[in-house]
Design a protein around this ligand. Structure first.
Ligand code: ZN
Ligand code: MN
Length: 258
């Protein structure tokens, strides 16, 4: 069984895998952000890494350590910056981190990269980082064979699974912050980090169709949870996680001809 985690491999092991197997390299991108009183601050990077590791194991890939600081938390999808512990970076910093890692992977011979996002707010800055990293690699004459896949892992949930998990209707992925999906997935991957007895019972947050700056913190439930996590179970987490892992692996195989 091949080692999946890049940071557990020696440089010579890594070099040999990159040279001979041409494996896809997965880069999880998360955040350090409040997830209510019941989930850890590192939830987004943990779950992105868990999905990446599961998919990498299925396709013979390698997982790099996650970029664990994300773009600034927004009230409508992450609660906002006013929570203690929500420790974020400027857009330019995240763009730079993605740009530099893409360029470095390519410089060492990686031809297939998969960026797995676990934090909504990162999306456009990851896209920019990939674009600039590929431009750098092209300028260095190294990127003729490079192909990058980028994804938000929750987009791999099927309608059937969402309907089964939310019989009352799915509130949408933005309001699913620290709610049933993330809590159930954490119960599956990291049950020791979930404090089930601390789940708040706030009604779903309601936002107007505009933003105000400085943030109206009173729009956001004080717990930081945007819709209730009650009803989260390990079984739901297993169903979502296994479905996402299988479907990410299938997409990687299809796009990279593995
Ligand atoms: Zn999250
Ligand atoms: Mn987040």
């Amino acid at each position: 069984m091949n080692e999946v985690h890049m940071n557990r491999m020696s440089w010579t092991q890594y070099r040999d895998r990159i040279t001979h197997d041409k494996p896809p390299v997965f880069l999880p991108v998360g955040a350090l952000e409040q997830h209510g009183p019941h989930l850890p601050l590192g939830t987004d990077a943990l779950l992105a890494s868990d999905i990446a590791s599961g998919a990498a194991a299925l396709v013979g890939g390698i997982v790099a350590p996650a970029l664990s600081y994300g773009y600034k938390s927004q009230p409508k999808c992450g609660g906002g910056q006013h929570f203690c512990g929500t420790t974020s970076v400027d857009a330019a910093t995240l763009i730079g981190q993605v740009r530099d890692t893409v360029r470095e992977f390519v410089r060492h011979g990686v031809e297939r990269l998969v960026l797995v996002n676990g934090h909504f707010e990162n999306q456009w800055f990851m896209i920019e980082g990939i674009d600039l990293g590929m431009r750098d690699a092209n300028a260095a004459g190294a990127a003729n064979k490079l192909c990058v896949m980028r994804l938000e892992y929750w987009d791999f949930c099927t309608e059937e699974t969402l309907a089964a998990i939310f019989p009352q209707g799915f509130p949408g992925f933005a309001l699913e912050h620290a709610a049933v999906i993330e809590t159930s997935m954490m119960l599956y991957f990291h049950p020791e980090l979930v404090r089930l007895d601390s789940i708040p019972n706030d009604a779903p947050a309601q936002f107007p169709p505009y933003d105000i700056y400085p943030t109206r913190t009173e729009w956001v439930p004080a717990s930081g949870v945007l819709s209730s996590a009650l009803g989260s179970t390990r079984e739901k987490g297993e169903r979502i996680s296994q479905e996402v892992i299988m479907r990410v692996a299938a997409a990687v195989r299809a796009e990279f001809g593995l």
